[in-house]
Design a protein around this ligand. Structure first.
Ligand SMILES: [Zn+2]
Length: 235
């Protein structure tokens, strides 16, 4: 990889900076880098003289004595080489619709769920069905929409899919506005904690009263993931 990387990057201009699902990409004329920040990775522009610290894995040298630095304390992230059209090849080409893009709605969701017996939450976490929804936001959106996480996805009527699609968009938009959700060590690119944690209704609140009805929030495992939900509000 290093040799190819040099041919793609060295002295060449970045043509595009983008995101698809949970992947960021930098595109040059001859190839691209896919970057996944994992749980708490970050990309920051730092001065050339800033010495790398313990969890810094990659520096891209920029003009004007700056560097783009990839830090990944928990090592869930990745950097991977891709071709000059990253959106047209896997893994990006396999991703489902972007929930914040125009056109994402209950009809799209209903179509994706049709005939599927898997629990609705499992499909929300599957990037091929909808791109970029993580566990926290799946739990919060299902609570907001009043949908039981283990309900077979294909059993959701269109009206409920419409509500769920709206809830997904609202939760994601609000979380982005708040700078993300810091539970442990997540930091924004500017090094700050994300404040969406304060607005979580169910995630991480096992045993606490549901903000809508007061019943205790449950935490059940679903496909190996913690699933926080209210057994009264979500049906
Ligand atoms: Zn409730």
């Amino acid at each position: 990889m290093p040799e190819r990387l040099d041919r793609i990057l060295a002295g060449n201009r970045v043509e595009e900076v983008g995101r698809r699902g949970k992947f960021l990409f930098l595109r040059w004329r001859r190839g691209s880098l896919l970057i996944h920040l994992g749980m708490s990775g970050s990309l920051r522009v730092v001065p050339d003289r800033a010495p790398p610290e313990r969890h810094d894995h990659l520096d891209l040298l920029l003009p004007r004595r700056l560097r783009l630095r990839f830090r990944d304390p928990r090592r869930f992230g990745l950097v991977r080489l891709a071709g000059p059209k990253p959106l047209a090849e896997p893994p990006l080409a396999d991703l489902g619709p972007e929930p914040l893009a125009e056109g994402f709605d209950g009809v799209v969701l209903r179509r994706a769920f049709r005939g599927r017996r898997a629990p609705v939450k499992v499909l929300l976490l599957d990037g091929r069905v909808v791109a970029g929804i993580g566990n926290i936001y799946a739990c919060e959106a299902l609570h907001r929409a009043g949908v039981r996480p283990d309900r077979p996805a294909g059993s959701l009527a269109e009206r409920r899919c419409v509500r769920l699609a709206g809830a997904i968009r609202e939760v994601l938009a609000r979380a982005i506005e708040a700078g993300g959700t810091t539970l442990r060590d997540f930091r924004t690119a500017g090094g700050e904690a994300g404040w969406f944690r304060r607005e979580l209704s169910v995630y991480g609140r096992e045993g606490e009263p549901c903000p809508s009805c007061g019943r205790r929030v449950r935490n059940d495992r679903l496909a190996g993931r913690s699933t926080f939900w209210c057994s009264r509000c979500q049906t």
